[in-house]
Design a protein around this ligand. Structure first.
Ligand SMILES: C[S@@+](CC[C@H](N)C(=O)[O-])C[C@H]1O[C@@H](n2cnc3c(N)ncnc32)[C@H](O)[C@@H]1O
Length: 316
């Protein structure tokens, strides 16, 4: 995935030349270790983290929308918006959006969200309302689509379910929660999932069912979004390859019944000479599906199967 040209241009205009040198690689590790954004270097965030979180949100949103064809939100709540990452992903997908609310408890992020949004092609994003508020004390709002991206991981795990429920109460159709693809992120998604199902949600993605999560022990459900790195991004991280893989997890909870799209592929498909094996999340549990090369048509499809997408047809 490439950062959309309009967002890349808005970022370049804010960042100027080479402003994020130094702390970016360390920052990514700090987040993975559970640090919050409170003391983050904003230019480093914009250079390296925003393109990565944008790629993850965009991919998760696309997977959710595949299960909710025809969903055209008029309003978006970007909760824990940071620089407005989820707003940019949603605005690029929905010309139907008329109202965007960006909410964060850090005024520095709200300022940069405003500055970036001014360069957007989307009138809804340019005219977004910004609210300084804490996710634990949400104001009374309603939105067709709520996205909370990379935010629950900054709060204690014990609060994840209550925050998810509060976001759900403010959502008329789809709540998308995206988290880092770490055990810490997954723990919060699992708490949120249980609570949202108890509150009547359908899970549109990644699971496509509401039975208990089959992922147990020290394992965690996550995927990877590949994104192209800009020159500044490569420079900031001292990277030698022009792309990176952002690990992420997500949960799409809907008030409308999703269209069954297939079974989520939980890990990279395993290729051997006689067969391809897919690790699938099925309603009756996690299951390995072996597709032999002699089964020509399914095998042909399995060759194209990707970690994180859905497998339809033969079931495990
Ligand atoms: C890692 S950043 C993610 C920003 C953006 N959603 C993204 O995906 O790039 C986490 C954001 O959550 C915000 N945040 C953390 N705790 C919060 C809270 N209790 N209430 C509101 N916002 C919070 C931080 O200020 C920061 O902007």
């Amino acid at each position: 995935m490439t950062t959309p040209a309009s967002l890349a241009a808005a970022l370049a205009a804010i960042l100027g030349e080479g402003s994020a040198r130094g702390p970016s690689g360390a920052m990514t590790q700090d987040y993975a270790a559970g640090e919050t954004s409170a003391a983050v270097n904003l230019s480093a965030y914009l250079t390296t983290r925003m393109p990565a979180t944008h790629a993850a949100v965009a991919r998760a949103l696309d997977e959710a929308l595949a299960a909710l064809p025809g969903f055209l939100p008029a309003s978006l709540l970007d909760a824990g918006c940071g620089p407005g990452t989820a707003s940019w992903a949603a605005a690029a997908r929905f010309t139907s959006l008329a109202a965007i609310t960006q909410l964060d408890n850090d005024p520095r992020f709200l300022d940069v969200a405003r500055e970036l949004a001014a360069a957007s092609d989307s009138a809804a994003l340019r005219n977004a309302t910004r609210i300084k508020a804490d996710l634990r004390h949400l104001p009374e709002l309603q939105a067709d689509l709520t996205i909370a991206a990379y935010t629950l991981a900054e709060l204690p795990e014990a609060e994840a379910a209550a925050i998810a429920a509060a976001l759900w109460a403010r959502t008329t159709t789809l709540l998308l929660i995206v988290e880092p693809g770490t055990p810490r992120g997954f723990a919060r998604l699992r708490e949120a999932r249980q609570r949202l199902i108890a509150d009547g949600a359908f899970i549109a993605a990644p699971c496509g069912h509401e039975v208990p999560c089959p992922i147990t022990g020290s394992d965690w459900c996550h995927f990877k979004a590949r994104l192209a790195r800009s020159r500044a991004h490569m420079h900031a991280k001292g990277a030698t390859v022009p792309f990176e893989d952002e690990p992420y997890g997500y949960l799409a909870a809907a008030r409308i019944r999703p269209v069954p799209a297939g079974l989520r592929i939980l890990t990279p498909p395993r290729h051997s000479k006689p067969a391809i094996t897919l690790d699938l999340c099925a309603p009756r549990g996690r299951a390995a599906l072996r597709i032999a090369s002699r089964d020509r048509d399914p095998y042909k499809r399995a060759k194209k199967a990707q970690w994180g997408s859905v497998w339809s047809g033969e079931t495990a």
